[in-house]
Design a binder for this molecule. Structure first.
Ligand code: ATP
Ligand code: MG
Length: 577
């Protein structure tokens, strides 16, 4: 490819909405052009990169015997009703829905569990056909609340989604392990620094969900990890050992104290000269279930925080949010800041975190404006709450097992693997005939990779002040042969010759024959970020060129043969095992 024939539209200025380096650079280098919020056109160069990422994904999934297929983007409502997800996705607002000319409801696929489960039901009849692992690479549509950061959070984006079908849980374990292996190879080949971390598995629970995170400050996910034990988990899922609290001692008589305008833990600490760990705050949530809504009170030690993802899982609800001031007044009969277990109306469900199990003589609210109680004891002064682990793990606490301390790092979720079990196959009555001849629901796993997000994550990890530094495996071109002055015949001829020889060696090279002055040309190439550059300039007559690696920008003069050998050597790195 001659760059003079390629549509390249680099910008002088950063786009105003680009908040993070990778978005800024991809837009400025003309790789992506915004069509609407969260919707992008990929330039010819970007499309080359995206196809390379997709090809790596294909190679590695095929190595694990997964099979590529293609499902429809447009999906009927009735299919989503068979899994019971239509209402939820519509309520969440994440799904694009539309009507056809007959008034039938449809959606644009945000994910494909329903379609694939129906497909498996129609095509897999016997246990003899299992296991089966099916995937596609396709545009997904999600009406994100905050589309931003370019391709990181788009409303239309490219995803690889795979679905495994097994006869039993042991089979699923194997399919899941195979996908985990493939994912490791995929992200390694893409040149990313990443890790697999435990992820929230929703209300289904279990240990079967991991996210593949690219470590970067711009990441939207918080990860807690411990280098001593190797523990790593999304903060939504993470556990820790809570710091110890002072012992409350034997139960003492309850005391009600006037606490005018003392509402927060900090204020109470000052007012009672008591550590936060000796109090329990009571937080009210409005909780949505499929058929109903409720207010739930959650007690947490004063020095600790509630993890709302864990809470939602324990409650097995559709959604929850902090109760409004009005709802709090209605439910407790008191102003905000005085809720507590003492005198809490029976209809309000009461949960407490595990760290409060066995606690005595707590300081809590008592649902009376302007009052708090000292020496509150469960079962005596109020009902016994339901104890659950709903605590937010935090950096600085001990990792589970106690081997070391948790530290927080930011991550970009590029992939997700998930053991579904029979959630969808049972709901949709998708079965195969077992060895005993009985119909059994498929045991399923689902797996996703954000192909477009992965490409941008590579830029987030690989750039400098001058521009992008593509990892070779996903660079739009591996080598650019830059002809300094295309008006000089010997430069053009030598450039063409090097380009041809590189191509013959199987290297994905391009020829920069654009009639630009050397300054702007080099600047442009640094921004575009091809990993290697061979520059043909004044030395052309003597067969001398300049070799430069984009990553360190060091230039070295050498013969044509040496430069070609350098490129070959750099680009035939051993494959990931
Ligand atoms: P997130 O938590 O970032 O919203 P998710 O957990 O909802 O993502 P999954 O349903 O697990 O996403 O989708 C599989 C993969 O698709 C994700 O791991 C991510 O790489 C990618 N992805 C999800 N949403 C987007 C998006 N809006 N834009 C780009 N890629 C996305
Ligand atoms: Mg996910």
């Amino acid at each position: 490819m001659q760059l003079s024939r390629l549509l390249i539209a680099t910008l002088r200025e950063d786009p105003a909405d680009a908040e993070i380096p990778s978005h800024r650079l991809l837009a400025r280098a003309g790789y992506i052009v915004k069509t609407a919020a969260g919707i992008y056109t990929y330039s010819p160069l970007m499309w080359r990169t995206l196809k390379k990422v997709a090809q790596i994904v294909r190679d590695e999934l095929d190595r694990e015997s997964a099979q590529e297929l293609m499902m429809p983007i447009l999906q009927p409502r009735e299919l989503w009703e068979s899994s019971g997800r239509w209402e939820r996705y519509v309520a969440d607002g994440i799904m694009y829905t539309l009507k056809d000319r007959k008034g039938t409801d449809l959606c644009l696929g945000p994910t494909h569990e329903e379609v694939i489960t129906a497909f498996a039901d129609a095509t897999i009849t016997s246990y003899k056909q299992l296991p089966v692992n099916l995937y596609q690479i396709q545009d997904k549509f999600r009406d994100e609340i905050r589309p931003r950061f370019g391709l990181m959070r788009g409303r239309e984006f490219i995803m690889m989604d795979a679905y495994s079908f097994d006869a039993d849980a042991a089979g699923l374990d194997e399919s899941y392990a195979a996908m985990s292996r493939a994912y490791h190879r995929i992200f390694e080949r893409c040149g990313l620094e990443f890790g697999a971390v435990q992820a929230d598995a929703g209300a289904i629970g279990g240990s079967g969900s991991e996210e593949f995170m690219v470590f970067a400050d711009a990441g939207e996910d918080a990860i807690l990890r411990c280098s001593a034990s190797g523990y790593a988990a999304n903060v939504e899922r993470a556990d820790s050992i809570a710091p110890a609290a002072p012992s409350g001692g034997d139960p003492r008589p309850i005391e009600k104290h006037e606490t005018p305008d003392i509402r927060t833990v900090e204020q109470l600490e000052g007012f009672f000269s008591m550590p936060a760990a000796a109090m329990a705050k009571t937080v009210l949530y409005e909780v949505k279930y499929a058929e109903s809504e409720a207010v739930v009170a959650v007690m947490m030690r004063g020095d600790l925080a509630i993890n709302e993802v864990k809470l939602a899982n324990r409650l097995d609800c559709l959604a929850l949010e902090l109760a409004s001031d009005d709802k709090i007044r209605q439910a407790t009969g008191a102003e905000v800041g005085f809720a507590g277990p003492v005198g809490l109306p029976e209809e309000v469900r009461l949960l407490a975190d595990e760290t409060l199990r066995g606690a005595t003589n707590l300081l809590t609210g008592c649902n009376e404006t302007g009052y708090h109680c000292l020496n509150v004891n469960f079962g005596r002064d109020c009902r016994e709450p339901e104890f659950h682990d709903v605590r937010l793990a935090r950096a600085g606490e001990s990792a589970p097992g106690g081997a070391g301390e948790l530290e927080e790092v930011r991550g970009i979720e590029v992939g997700h693997i998930f053991k579904l079990g029979t959630k969808y196959s049972s709901a949709m009555d998708a079965t195969f005939s077992s060895q005993q001849g009985k119909p059994e629901p498929f045991v399923m796993g689902c797996y996703g990779i954000g192909v477009s997000r992965t490409a941008q994550a590579a830029v987030e990890q690989n750039h400098d002040e001058a521009g992008i530094i593509w990892p070779p495996a996903i660079a739009p071109f591996e080598v650019v042969v830059a002809v300094l002055d295309p008006k000089k015949d010997e430069q053009t001829a030598l450039g063409q010759q090097i380009y041809d020889r590189l191509r013959e060696s199987g290297i994905d090279a391009c020829l920069d024959d654009r009639k630009l002055r050397p300054g702007p040309k080099f600047k442009d190439l640094e921004l575009l970020g091809f990993p290697f550059q061979v520059t043909v300039g004044r030395g052309a007559a003597d067969g001398v060129v300049e070799f430069c690696e984009r990553r360190n920008r060091e230039k070295q003069e050498m013969s044509v043969d040496e430069a070609i050998a350098k490129c070959r050597e750099a680009l035939t790195a051993p494959a990931v095992s």
